[in-house]
Ligand binder design. Structure first.
Ligand code: GDP
Ligand code: MG
Length: 324
C-alpha cells in the first residue's frame, strides 16, 4: 500500500458509521483495490490534490468552494480541521480527490501534534500540492516551513483577495515567489469566500491530473462517513459561539446512528465550558442542533449530550476515540 494515499488508519471499508472513521462512500483505496468496475476507461484522469498551509489561511473554505459543496467545516478559530477530509472533484473524464488538511503549526498539545502528523502524512505521494497563504498577513516562517516540504511545481494560492488591496496582493505574490523557495510554482490569487479566481484554479488543477482510474463511484461528493460529518457540523455551529481556548476544547462524536435517532456527544474540558456550550436554558445547544439537522433527513431526532472530559486534548486515548 502506498503511504498517505490509502491507509491512514481509517480503513476504507470500515462498516461502522459511528466510529468516526472509514470511507463513507465505499471506495477510497488507490491500490489493493476495490475500485475496479467503477468506470475505468481509456483516457480517464485522476489524482490526489492536497491542500496545505498554516492554520486559518482559508484551506477548508477553498476546498468547499472548489467542490461547490460543504465538505469541510470552517471557522474563524485556528485548528478547526482535525482530520484529513476528502472531497471529490468530478467532471467529464476526470476525478480529483481534494484533500483538506489541518493547518501545520507549532503544537502545544497531543492534539496539535496529531494534527501536524495528519497534515504531513497527506503530503506523501500526492499528484498536486496546493499551498494556501493569506494575502493579508505576512509570509512568515510558518509558511516557509510548510513550503519546504512541497515538491517543485506546486501551486501557491494567495487567498482572501477580497480583503487585500491591489498593491498588497502584488506585494504578496512577489514575496511568495521570493521567500517560499518553491521551484516552478504557479501562483493563483483567489478569494475562497467570494469564489473569485477559483474557476481558474480548478481548471489548472484538472489539467495537472495524470492518467488514472475512477476512485469513487460517480456522484460521490465526500469521503467522510456521514456520522463523522454530522459531528463536524455540530462542532462547526458550536465554534460560532466559542471564544479563547474553547474551540480547541470542543470535540463531537456521533455515538449512536440509528435513524431517525442519532446521538452526538460533545466533549469539553471543564464545567465552565459546558455551561457555555449548553447556553442559557440550552439555547446554544438547541441552535447547534437545529443547524445540524438541516443536513439530516426530515424527522431525524438528534440527541446532543455534553460531557466534561478533563484535558482530553492531552490524552492520546481520547484523541483516538474521537477519530482525530
Ligand atoms: P483553514 O484553517 O485554513 O481551513 O481556514 P478556514 O477555511 O477555516 O477559514 C478561516 C477563516 O478565514 C474563516 O473565518 C473564513 O471565513 C475566513 N476566510 C477563508 N477564506 C476567505 C476569503 O477568501 N476571504 C475572507 N475575507 N475570509 C476568508
Ligand atoms: Mg480547515
Amino acid at each position: 500500500m502506498t503511504a498517505g494515499r490509502v491507509d491512514d488508519g481509517r480503513g476504507p471499508l470500515d462498516p461502522d458509521p459511528t466510529s468516526g472513521s472509514g470511507a463513507g462512500a465505499g471506495a477510497g483505496a488507490k491500490e489493493g483495490d476495490n475500485t475496479a468496475g467503477l468506470g475505468d476507461r481509456a483516457g480517464f484522469r485522476s489524482g490526489f490534490v492536497t491542500v496545505v498551509g498554516r492554520p486559518n489561511v482559508g484551506k477548508s473554505t477553498l476546498v468547499n468552494r472548489m467542490l461547490g459543496s460543504k465538505v469541510s467545516i470552517t471557522s474563524a478559530s485556528p485548528n478547526t480541521t482535525r482530520t484529513r477530509v476528502r472531497g471529490i472533484l468530478e467532471g467529464d473524464g476526470y476525478q480529483g480527490v481534494i484533500v483538506d488538511t489541518p493547518g501545520i503549526h507549532r503544537p502545544r498539545s497531543a492534539l496539535g501534534e496529531r494534527l501536524n502528523d495528519t497534515a504531513s502524512a497527506a503530503l506523501d505521494d500526492v499528484d498536486v500540492c496546493i499551498l494556501v497563504v493569506d494575502a493579508t498577513s505576512t509570509i512568515g516562517p510558518g509558511d516557509r516551513f510548510v513550503a519546504s516540504r512541497l515538491p517543485a511545481g506546486s501551486i501557491v494560492v494567495v487567498n482572501k483577495l477580497d480583503r487585500a488591496t491591489r498593491p498588497q496582493l502584488l506585494g504578496q505574490l512577489a514575496r511568495a515567489a521570493e521567500q517560499l523557495g518553491l521551484e516552478r510554482a504557479e501562483y493563483f490569487p483567489v478569494s475562497a469566500r467570494t469564489g473569485d479566481g477559483v474557476a481558474e484554479l480548478v481548471d489548472h488543477v484538472v489539467a495537472l491530473l495524470p492518467p488514472g482510474p475512477r476512485y469513487y463511484p460517480a456522484g460521490t461528493v465526500r469521503d467522510v462517513p456521514d456520522a463523522f460529518h454530522l459531528g463536524e457540523l455540530v462542532r462547526e455551529q458550536l465554534l460560532r459561539v466559542a471564544r479563547d481556548e474553547l474551540p480547541h476544547s470542543i470535540a463531537c462524536r456521533v455515538t449512536e446512528w440509528d435513524p431517525p435517532y442519532v446521538r452526538c456527544e460533545i466533549l469539553v474540558e471543564r464545567e465552565s465550558q459546558k455551561a457555555i456550550v449548553v447556553g442559557r436554558k440550552g439555547a446554544v445547544l438547541k441552535a447547534a442542533g437545529t443547524a445540524a439537522r438541516r443536513s439530516l433527513p426530515e424527522g431525524t431526532y438528534l440527541d446532543l449530550v455534553v460531557k466534561v472530559e478533563r484535558d482530553w486534548q492531552r490524552r492520546p486515548d481520547v484523541i483516538e476515540r474521537m477519530g482525530y
